[in-house]
Design a protein around this ligand. Structure first.
Ligand SMILES: NC(=O)c1ccc[n+]([C@@H]2O[C@H](COP(=O)([O-])OP(=O)(O)OC[C@H]3O[C@@H](n4cnc5c(N)ncnc54)[C@H](OP(=O)(O)O)[C@@H]3O)[C@@H](O)[C@H]2O)c1
Length: 213
């Protein structure tokens, strides 16, 4: 598939490289594409451009930007370039205030997630929450003795979620579909839980797994 990755941070680069590794075509985007020159040099199969160029290129979009700037980045990408496409939303609504004894602070409430705000602002895009509750180094083919970890996803469009489940399968995850966009109210705070061991004890090498009978 053709993947348009919006972002120039650690998550965007790791996922962009992961898509290339799994045989997809990738264009990664930034407001300043020059800052992706190193990534492009290390990933000769990929290309870098603006947010709008990456979004226009992708059949599937990955949104990996600062949560506070997510709507602005999507605006720069252009609503028309998102319409009808799965948008994998890795973003977390982390506030500027420092963590409280290892617990991150969010600028959203438990009654409205960031992804619900984005879905409302860009109704033509098919947002799917994924990759938000694990650190970037573990996103692509993580190895754990306990087997495949679980990625919790949600979103309103079934076909988009099916497409993202296929990607997660390639990337070495099992998928737990938690339903519609409102479930992001529960999935986004998994980031807070995931970060606590890291912020308190500098332990970052874990992932969630859902056990079922
Ligand atoms: N770091 C992790 O391990 C991790 C794990 C799971 C989820 N996440 C979430 O994934 C997202 C990406 O995280 P990250 O650490 O890779 O990167 P980040 O530092 O949170 O975000 C960097 C990106 O945000 C964009 N950005 C910042 N201000 C902007 C503005 N005013 N308008 C438009 N774009 C703006 C930057 O665009 P330019 O390229 O134009 O500068 C850049 O691409 C975040 O929401 C984070 O919470 C992170």
């Amino acid at each position: 598939m053709k993947i348009g990755v919006l972002g120039s941070g650690g998550v965007a680069k790791v996922l962009a490289s992961g898509f290339l590794k799994h045989g997809h075509h990738v264009k990664i985007g930034s407001r300043t594409p020059e800052k992706l020159a190193d990534w492009a040099a290390e990933n000769p199969g990929g290309a870098a451009g603006t947010f709008a160029e990456a979004a226009a290129f992708g059949e599937v979009i990955v949104l990996s930007v600062n949560g506070k700037a997510a709507a602005d980045a999507l605006g720069l990408a252009g609503a028309a370039n998102l319409t009808g496409k799965p948008v994998i939303d890795t973003c977390n609504p982390i506030a500027d205030a420092p963590p409280d004894n290892g617990v991150l602070r969010f600028f959203t409430s438990l009654d409205e997630s960031l992804m619900e705000q984005l879905q409302r602002q860009f109704p033509g895009a098919h947002f799917v929450k994924a990759f938000n509750s694990v650190g970037a180094p573990l996103m692509v083919n993580p190895q754990f003795d306990g087997g495949r970890p679980t990625m919790f996803i949600c979103g309103n469009d079934e076909a988009a979620k099916e497409s993202v489940s296929g990607i997660l399968d390639q990337f070495g995850w099992e998928t737990a579909d938690m339903g519609g966009v409102e479930a992001a109210r529960a999935i986004e705070p998994l980031c807070m839980l995931w970060c606590i061991p890291g912020l308190l004890r500098n332990e970052w090498a874990h992932a969630f797994k859902l056990l079922t009978k």
